[in-house]
Design a protein around this ligand. Structure first.
Ligand code: GDG
Length: 478
């Protein structure tokens, strides 16, 4: 098993804003780490073990300088961040500027020069760390929108490395991206990579077009030709989930029992509708609940035989727009339940909390209709997780056409989240569809996600990266 990462020792480096662990204090007061579950870590773990891998990221606590350590066999390399950087780089530029800008300007992005300066400084620190620990000819895979300057900063320091970048969120059309005062620096930052990966083809095309227009490089299809002879590929690698792992969990005795308990606690209604999202303004929670409440108000559903369960996981609570959203949803749910609920029968069962994976699987099992209606979403893993848990080929998925997942999950009931009447019609159609129709659709979607899981995603990206001709690059062991 691998030890603590030292200078120049890692053949594979994963670089992300966060380490895949959270700081926890146990009952006796000692500090430790708890693995934060996620498909990305489990998909990358085997290949990291086989290749002296290391994961660089922020440990999640400000002003704490932690030495590299090993957690359950995974080598972790913490990068510190000050409280001010958390505010300016993370809450500010990453989540107050880039996040809304890259999601169709659903909320208004804010542009502040101090935020940008902090973004540059933090990206430098991460690039510096990767340059320090990567072995000669190593592969470095940079993750997501918080780290877009790292590829170039790293290439300047270490031209021997193979560098990949993957964006988990959408990449906006040129008309929106142009608003960014630092648009050129971001494009040049990304061009430091050999491969820039996106969820969808459309995003890759947006990027290539911008590079041509704004930076002036020659491009052909998915390839950018740089003046120094190097090429950069921009391609789609749609992310997925640990499909089999989810199905296995869903089939377990305890999840099956818990799902039955949940339905019972809800009063054994005929139809359980479910929404699960981080509490984020891109997820379209508001219009979804409105659509449902109108259906109840019009008598299409009655609170005796239908209930909407909405889980909103707390997220980015220090960012102003997220506080406003929370108040808006609280008020909406309160009004709907006040108007339509009866004693012991609320129209919406709303929880602002996060749950263990086991409980998530039980909720997916308990729901007849899963309603996923983001205004814009890179992929949306919740939609795929629901499908993975429906091993009996039952259950209906109502899915926004603006989620990346809609490109693969074509048999879902597709909706435009801006069209409340359209959403109402689709929810009703899903509720009244006959069993054969529901099964036909679910079967097809299950086939898709069985054939494309997160391990396949990681292998496709790293496989493409390994084909890049580097001068000294080492080949990774699968
Ligand atoms: C970004 C992009 C892209 C949620 N609540 C709980 C919980 N979750 C888990 C879900 C799911 C994940 O979090 C959420 O993933 P999504 O894809 O739905 O959305 P984002 O967080 O916005 O993710 C997105 C993704 O990156 C990957 O590239 O698909 O488009 O925005 O796995 O299950 N998990 C647990 N308790 C909760 O309360 N355990």
């Amino acid at each position: 098993m691998r030890g603590v990462t030292t200078s120049g020792s890692a053949d594979l480096v994963i670089l992300a804003n966060r380490l895949p662990v959270d700081r926890v204090r146990s009952a006796d007061g000692t500090l430790g780490w708890r693995r934060s579950p996620g498909g990305l870590v489990s998909a990358l773990e085997p290949i990291m073990r086989n290749n002296d891998g290391a994961w660089i990221g922020w440990p999640g606590v400000p002003d704490e300088d932690v030495e590299p350590f090993v957690d359950e066999g995974l080598s972790l390399v913490p990068v510190p961040m000050s409280a001010q950087e958390v505010e300016e780089f993370y809450e500010g530029f990453s989540n107050g500027t880039l996040w809304p800008l890259y999601h169709d300007v659903v909320a208004k992005p804010e542009f502040h020069r101090e935020w940008w300066d902090s973004y540059v400084a933090v990206n430098e620190r991460f690039a510096e760390k990767a340059a320090e620990i990567a072995a000669e000819g190593a592969t470095v895979w940079v993750q997501d929108y918080q780290m877009q300057l790292v590829p170039r900063m790293l290439r300047e320091r270490r031209p021997d490395l193979r560098i990949g970048f993957y964006l988990h969120i959408p990449f906006p059309p040129t008309e929106l991206f142009q608003q960014l005062p630092w648009r050129r620096q971001i494009l040049e930052g990304l061009l430091g990579a050999d491969i820039v990966g996106f969820q969808l083809n459309g995003a890759a095309q947006n990027f290539v077009r911008l590079v041509r227009q704004r930076v002036g490089h020659k491009t052909h299809r998915d390839t950018v030709y740089l003046p120094d002879g190097r090429t950069v590929q921009a391609r789609a690698f749609p992310i997925s989930i640990d499909t089999r792992g989810f199905e296995e969990l869903a089939r377990s005795e305890s999840v099956t029992q818990r799902a039955a308990q949940i339905r019972e606690a809800l009063g054994n209604p005929k139809t359980v509708l479910l929404g699960i999202d981080r509490l984020d303004y891109t997820k379209g929670i508001y219009p979804r609940l409105r659509a449902y409440s109108e259906l109840v108000a019009e008598g299409r559903f009655s609170v005796d035989d239908a209930v909407f369960v909405q889980v909103a996981t707390p997220s980015r609570e220090r960012v102003e727009q997220y506080r406003v959203l929370r108040d808006d949803i609280d008020r909406l749910v309160g009004r709907i339940n006040g108007d339509l609920g009866r004693i012991g029968q609320p129209a919406i069962s709303y929880m602002h909390s996060s749950f263990p994976r086991h409980e998530m699987a039980a909720l997916y099992r308990a729901a007849d209709i899963m309603v996923v209606t983001p205004y814009r979403d890179g992929m949306n893993l919740v939609a795929k997780e629901y499908v993975a848990c429906r091993y009996d080929n039952d259950g209906a998925l109502v899915l926004s056409e603006f989620a990346g997942a809609a490109e693969e999950l074509r048999q879902a009931w597709r909706v435009n989240p801006y069209d409340i009447n359209g959403m109402k019609a689709a929810i009703l159609e899903a509720a009244h569809a006959d069993d054969r129709e529901v099964t036909r659709r679910m079967k097809a979607m299950r086939k898709t996600i069985m054939e494309h899981d997160v391990a396949g995603w990681a292998a496709a990206f790293l496989g493409a990266l390994s084909e890049v001709q580097g001068t000294h690059s080492k080949t990774l062991r699968p």
